[in-house]
Design a protein around this ligand. Structure first.
Ligand SMILES: NC(=O)c1ccc[n+]([C@@H]2O[C@H](COP(=O)([O-])OP(=O)(O)OC[C@H]3O[C@@H](n4cnc5c(N)ncnc54)[C@H](O)[C@@H]3O)[C@@H](O)[C@H]2O)c1
Ligand SMILES: [Zn+2]
Length: 297
């Protein structure tokens, strides 16, 4: 294994904000966009842009048909050890580019889901937000057996499947106004809500270091925080299999699995907790205590 000790020490000594991407969820069985593919597999098709989605009813039908079939496989994914360890290791802000809700389900304390959540749906016409489970049930009623017939389709990263002929699919409508529904996630070509970005900027401004886990940093809405940290001159640790757009800005770059790295970080945290504990019990006879960091064991 690549030596991770320098990064572990650096993070252990500072209050770090974390930025995560699709690479933290691949161990839960959700594919990423830009990681290596098995030999012979075609490259992953990029998702529909916001502009394409709103351009036509046909595009919305194609989107919802694929999303309907892919849904059961998104809902069967569970948080993995990487999500759980991160929730245990930090109470500073975690900014995730993922829409799968797995950090939240792992109990992450202080979280911004930059690109929203696939489990919610909004209406483009009246703005109301509803649960995806309710929309899924409405789609099942209007399209009996559809998901079963297409159950063998290949799953794609953003929770839908490869499916070309979607002409027969009946599209769900908003129950409040009959308008057009869209998953409440930020599509390519769409802006991240300003307040959400502002919260992340403030956290990176107050941080002592930045940790990036499992992201190619191709998407600017995530990469901007690496640029901000670099501009501030705080250390940046990137843990990612393969190159990222931020490699030149990193203080430490580790080509490692996210879960592997977090296991190391947690091990170090546990060792120092034991040192602090023994110092604390010793302090009853007059000795000092340990220092305070963002890492909580
Ligand atoms: N799970 C999800 O919610 C999900 C999945 C795919 C894409 N997306 C969306 O698409 C955009 C893609 O950008 P991105 O940078 O997050 O993803 P990306 O696919 O561009 O990059 C993921 C990176 O993680 C690496 N990786 C994969 N598994 C890893 C592991 N176990 N350990 C270490 N590295 C690993 C890959 O090699 C790749 O470089 C995001 O904005 C996100 O909204 C979300
Ligand atoms: Zn509506």
């Amino acid at each position: 294994m690549e030596y991770a000790g320098g990064a572990v020490d650096l993070l252990h000594r500072s209050r770090f904000v974390t930025l995560t991407g699709a690479g933290i969820s691949t161990d839960s069985g959700i594919p990423d966009y830009r990681g290596p593919r098995p030999a012979g597999d075609p490259p992953v098709r990029m998702p529909m842009t916001y502009q394409d989605f709103v351009a036509s009813a046909d595009n919305q039908r194609r989107y919802w048909a694929r999303a309907h079939v892919g849904w059961s496989r998104v809902t069967t994914a569970d948080p993995n050890d990487g999500h759980r360890l991160l929730a245990m290791l930090t109470r500073e802000l975690v900014i995730t580019q993922n829409v799968d809700g797995l950090h939240r389900r792992a109990g992450q304390h202080h979280l911004v889901e930059l690109h929203g959540r696939i489990s919610e749906v909004c209406c483009l016409d009246c703005g109301s937000v509803s649960a995806r489970t309710a929309v899924q049930a409405a789609m099942s009623l209007a399209n009996p057996g559809y998901a079963d017939v297409h159950a063998g389709s290949t799953i794609r990263p953003d929770g839908d499947v490869e499916l070309d002929d979607t002409r027969d699919f009946v599209v769900p409508r908003c129950t409040a106004c009959g308008g057009r529904l869209k998953p409440d996630v930020v599509f390519f070509g769409e802006n991240v809500p300003k307040q959400r970005v502002a919260r992340c900027i403030a956290a990176v401004d107050a941080a002592e270091s930045l940790l990036v886990l499992g992201s190619s940093l191709t998407v600017m809405s995530g990469f901007r925080f690496v640029r901000q940290a670099h501009k501030r001159g705080i250390p940046i640790v990137i843990v990612n299999r393969g190159t990222t757009r931020g490699d030149d800005l990193a203080t430490v770059k580790l080509d490692l699995g996210v879960t592997e790295f977090l296991t190391d970080l947690a091990g170090q945290s546990e060792r120092s907790r034991m040192v602090v504990d023994s110092a604390a019990s010793f302090s009853t006879t007059g000795a000092g205590t340990g220092d305070s960091t963002s890492i909580t064991a």
